[in-house]
Write a protein that binds this ligand. Sequence first.
Ligand SMILES: C[S@@+](CC[C@H](N)C(=O)[O-])C[C@H]1O[C@@H](n2cnc3c(N)ncnc32)[C@H](O)[C@@H]1O
Length: 192
Amino acid sequence: MIELLPDTYFAPLDLLTIFGREGPLHVDLGCGDGDLLCELARRIPHGNFLGIEKLAGRVAKACRKSAHLENVRVLHVESAYAVRYLLPEGSVQTFYLLFPDPWPKRRHHRRRIVTTDFLDAIHRALGETGIFQIATDQPDYFHQIREAVENHRGFDKIEPAAALPSTKFERRFIQAGASIYRLSLRKTSPVT
Ligand SMILES: C[S@@+](CC[C@H](N)C(=O)[O-])C[C@H]1O[C@@H](n2cnc3c(N)ncnc32)[C@H](O)[C@@H]1O
């Protein structure tokens, strides 16, 4: 894997040039050290995998871990910006948002990434019937996400939610005795 350094951060990514081939695009938002990215890239060799991560140290780790995988790229950028401005419309087969920063204090809730605007951007970037996988250990954040999704009208819930390879933070939370809350969504109608 190579860290992806786009020519510009002010135009949609040229995915064909970046991956050197066509393929269903999977995007891990806040990919951390890249565990999930690497495991999925091994399991789905025909898929193209893009990790998005805001911390440089984690980008470097994800790059090291995926060094032997040709279908992985990691981009050092803020997720909401990437979804809104860098991913071409209809280009993504599956988004993963696994254990987003929880911002548990009430006065910090507005920093949480899942908002109506964020869901709009996810909806735009997803291809027809594209999938959005979400997991958190925070019950109140989960409730907030479910409410935002129900008010959005652009997604259907898939029941039961998909079982995905476990991530580093998931293992950490489970060891600490936390419950894990999951949501699998499929893009439906265009949002008007
Ligand atoms: C709790 S960790 C989860 C990491 C990984 N998804 C996992 O499950 O092991 C959250 C990750 O998202 C990254 N992150 C949080 N907010 C972000 C944002 N707005 N844009 C990009 N990365 C973000 C953090 O730096 C961190 O690596």
